[in-house]
Design a protein around this ligand. Structure first.
Ligand SMILES: C[S@@+](CC[C@H](N)C(=O)[O-])C[C@H]1O[C@@H](n2cnc3c(N)ncnc32)[C@H](O)[C@@H]1O
Length: 216
């Protein structure tokens, strides 16, 4: 299976997460970021309806699918439970098919996407994931601002489609406007935590914000 690489292929070949992803059939090493985040915050507890924004090549979708499938067995009790899962992934780039996962090639900031979400799930979702990244220009100041702008677009989708008590994982860049975004997220969730997974490169200013228990 082809594993997706970024700029420096040499660096990847010696990277333990790259090798692990190859061994475990994940499409990208980013899978381990989500697995680490979930281990730390247990976000996928009773998650059956999952929306993933910025999905290509699809390793977060692979992780989400695996956990959602396990949840069908694990939470087969009298509490909140479903007998099926639904996962929707979207990216402007193509996503190779994943069994039982719906994917769309589309810009998620477009209003038409909202109809797609509603038509597919028919109700609000349990968890929203966004590993979406802007295309970096190399000018860090504007890249940081543009990433946070994208995060606000994600928050609009969260407002409309995440159920009360649902969770969000979102990638931000630590830079201009980060603190404001962090405070705005706190208005939406009971708890907001920032987390840098060990599998996230130390030389990158990416950080994940985790929103737990959506308020309204
Ligand atoms: C880091 S990659 C995601 C990796 C993915 N989580 C995985 O594990 O395979 C970020 C993705 O966000 C996508 N993206 C950024 N802005 C987007 C937008 N407005 N609509 C759809 N996709 C977007 C990019 O095309 C890119 O593929």
């Amino acid at each position: 299976m082809k594993l997706f690489l970024t700029k420096n292929p040499k660096k990847h070949k010696t990277d333990p997460h790259y090798k692990q992803a190859k061994r475990e059939n994940y499409r990208a090493r980013s899978a381990y970021k989500l697995l680490e985040i979930n281990k730390r915050f247990n976000l996928f507890k009773r998650a059956f309806y999952i929306l993933d924004l910025g999905s290509t090549p699809g390793s977060w979708l692979q992780v989400a699918r695996k956990i959602a499938e396990e949840n069908l067995e694990k939470y087969n009790d009298g509490y909140y439970h479903r007998d099926h899962f639904k996962i929707l992934g979207i990216d402007v780039k193509a996503i190779s098919p994943i069994e039982d996962v719906k994917t769309l090639r589309m810009d998620f900031t477009l209003p038409e996407f909202r109809d797609e979400i509603w038509n597919y799930f028919g109700k609000k979702v349990d968890i929203i994931l966004s590993d979406a990244s802007i295309k970096k220009s190399g000018i860090q100041f504007s890249d940081d601002i543009n990433q946070i702008k994208l995060c606000y677009k994600v928050l609009e989708i969260v407002d409309l489609f995440l159920k009360i008590k649902g969770s969000l994982v979102i990638k931000a860049f630590q830079g201009s406007d980060f603190n404001k975004f962090f405070s705005d997220m706190k208005k939406e969730f009971k708890y907001v935590k920032s987390y840098k997974p060990k599998s996230s490169r130390k030389d990158s200013n990416e950080i994940y914000l985790v929103g737990i228990k959506k308020l309204w």
